[in-house]
Write a protein that binds this ligand. Sequence first.
Ligand SMILES: Cc1cn([C@H]2C[C@H](O)[C@@H](COP(=O)(O)OP(=O)(O)O[C@H]3O[C@H](C)C(=O)[C@H](O)[C@H]3O)O2)c(=O)[nH]c1=O
Length: 351
Amino acid sequence: MKILITGGAGFIGSHVVRLFVTKYPNYQIINLDALTYAGNLENLRDIENASNYKFIKGDIADQSFIDQLFANEEPDAVIHLAAESHVDRSITDPMAFVKTNVIGTVNLLNAARHLWQPGGYDGHVFYHVSTDEVYGSLDFGPEMFTEETSYDPRSPYSASKASSDHFVRAWHHTYGLPIKLSNCSNNYGPNHFPEKLIPLAIHRLRTGQPVPVYGKGENVRDWLFVKDHATAIDAVFHKGKNGDTYNIGGVNEWQNLKLIELLCDVVDEKTGQAQGTSRKLIKFVTDRAGHDMRYAIDSSKIMNELGWKPSVTFEQGLAQTVDWYLANEEWLNSVTSGAYQEYNAKQYAGR
Ligand SMILES: Cc1cn([C@H]2C[C@H](O)[C@@H](COP(=O)(O)OP(=O)(O)O[C@H]3O[C@H](C)C(=O)[C@H](O)[C@H]3O)O2)c(=O)[nH]c1=O
């Protein structure tokens, strides 16, 4: 089987690519990535020479490029992770999110349909990896997002992901395209670009800079270790039902301030600083515009039907993450200085 994985040089994508390349040596994995600021081939150094792996640089928003790629490569399946993903960026530059997340997804859907429909859809699947933010924002309390929760996206980012989810389902209902979808909560772990809360905070603490907490830090997110998200994607891809959606979460809700305090304590412990040192760097700043209060996701469907569950506790995952960032200063320096772009250019030259 030849699988096209889009966004494979990004944070979640690189963990999915590595899992599939190493776990399924008989699959051919094509990693398609535009290598925008968040795409980093250094994430995949360990598997870049694997015989079942190939990297192609390209933009999913470029329709003729995508059509040509499908004609040349004839993938059997698509796992679509390529996306603009940072909510703050979507507030300042929404059009980039429309281009990649909406138009890019529709280009892929069209190309998959035109390639697969003539010979019959058997053995093919278009799997869209999405976010729990499409469901909107919850108040504090027991309520959680289920697969039946109505969509209520509120940021330009979540509106673009909701739109792409709708297009994926529309291609299933209208053209019969075999599809799967999953909506996941906040991920954390190695190789996370330091604009998102956890890697940003680790980077700031490591370099003695203030850690910005938006508003009062009361907002709640559910956190899942990225490698557990990758195993969930593996489960949905192989065992999920055609046309179905699976929510994926860590059963692990944290208020932002509490999470940052815990992270400060882990960093103090790992770096041998006196407890309380890092907490002094917490700085309350202006809130995010339209800041969603709470995401909480009910993962019982994927757990009961597909037998998936997270493999690490938050304490274990956070400790592994801090260890990774402390041991990989070079990666962090390369990302924060922009040097990784040179590595990217060298790796894709001629491909
Ligand atoms: C960057 C930053 C964030 N925050 C707050 C804002 C959020 O309440 C929380 C996490 O923010 P972050 O931007 O890391 O992630 P979300 O906005 O929850 O969205 C993330 O999780 C979902 C599922 C996706 O689908 C997104 O792609 C992914 O970016 O911390 C701060 O307080 N300070 C900061 O400096």
